[in-house]
Structures are given as structure tokens and as C-alpha cells.
Design a protein. Structure first.
Ligand code: SF4
Length: 180
């Protein structure tokens, strides 16, 4: 039996959702029998591949790199799961939304920054451009399912992922949406 091609992606989040995934503990051994991890910050693979069957996306969409990655993930994946509160609602990264990007950069680099490392325009090419607002993933691309939580409970992750690994592709969507 061929293994399911699974990926995980880390946008603007704290990696806590990935840590919760690793807290599946012995379930990870079961997963390893049924899936092949083809892209993940855990595996440090550089290029998001074609033909991904299931991808869990952690983090909100906060900058131009996140946006490019989210679109690429959608193009190359069959099922996209919004993984954790930052992806589902924007959560912690979206706390900066009341601030203008210019005010934010000014505060970080000119007033509060370590050694005032950048002046106006000097961040060009150094940092991905910040979006004017931090967005939940489904505001940017179509999402097939949601796993909320900060971070999502490992048992919740297991129920959702295990359903797909058992071939319950239609039920999976329904089951996962129950958490949304
Ligand atoms: Fe971190 Fe919580 Fe956001 Fe996950 S949902 S990336 S644990 S802040």
C-alpha cells in the first residue's frame, strides 16, 4: 500500500502547533507506517513539492513570504488543513493589526530595536514585506478543514489525521469541521 504524502507548513506562528503534533508520541509510529512526510520544518526540506495529499498549515498570513507559500501550498495539495488558532483566526500575530505597518517598523527598528539596525527603506530585500493586516489562512486560500486550539490538543490532531489515514476522506472533512 502506498503511503499518503503529508506535509506540514509553518507560517507566522510560534511552532507550538508543531510541538503539539510531536506530542502524538507513540501515535507517530503509527503515522510513520501510513504516511510519508514530504515537507515540514521538522524535516527541513526546502521546496514544497507537487502532489501533496494532506497538509497541515500552522500560523497566520502576515507577510509576502507567507502569502506566496500559502498559494503554493494550495496549488500543490489536495487537502489543506488550517492548523491551530493562528491559522484559523489570526490569533496572536494579528494583535499588531491595529498598528500601521510603518508605525510598527518604526517602533521595532528605530525606537526599540537593538542598535537601531535599519532606517526607512533599509529593510528592502532584508525582510519579507509585511501585509497591512495579518490574515487567517482561509482569507487567502480555500481551506478544507480546521483544527483550532492554541495549540490544538494532540488527541484532536490524532482523531483528524487518523480519520484520513483510514481512508475516511469524506467523513474526515465532516469530522474535522466539527472542530471548526
Ligand atoms: Fe503558537 Fe498557539 Fe499560534 Fe499554534 S495557535 S502557532 S501554539 S500561538
Amino acid at each position: 500500500m502506498s503511503k499518503l504524502r503529508v506535509a506540514t507548513v509553518w507560517l507566522s506562528g510560534c511552532a507550538g502547533c508543531h510541538m503539539s503534533f510531536l506530542d502524538l508520541d507513540e501515535h507517530l509510529l503509527d503515522l510513520a507506517k501510513a504516511m510519508e512526510l514530504v515537507y515540514s520544518p521538522i524535516a527541513d526540506i526546502k521546496e514544497f513539492p507537487e502532489g501533496v495529499e494532506l497538509v497541515l498549515v500552522e500560523g497566520a498570513v502576515a507577510n509576502s513570504d507567507n502569502l506566496t507559500m500559502a498559494r503554493q501550498v494550495r496549488q500543490r495539495s489536495k487537502a489543506v488543513v488550517s492548523f491551530g488558532d493562528c491559522a484559523v483566526t489570526g490569533s496572536v500575530p494579528s494583535l499588531r493589526n491595529p498598528l500601521a505597518v510603518s508605525d510598527l517598523l518604526d517602533t521595532v527598528y528605530h525606537e526599540e530595536g537593538p542598535g537601531k539596525v535599519a532606517k526607512d527603506g533599509e529593510t528592502d530585500g532584508m525582510l519579507p514585506e509585511l501585509l497591512t493586516r495579518v490574515l487567517p489562512l482561509h482569507h487567502v486560500i480555500n481551506v478544507d478543514a480546521f483544527i483550532p486550539g492554541c495549540p490544538p490538543d494532540p488527541e484532536r490532531i490524532w482523531v483528524a489525521v487518523n480519520a484520513l489515514l483510514n481512508g475516511e476522506s469524506v467523513q474526515l472533512s465532516e469530522e474535522m469541521r466539527r472542530f471548526g
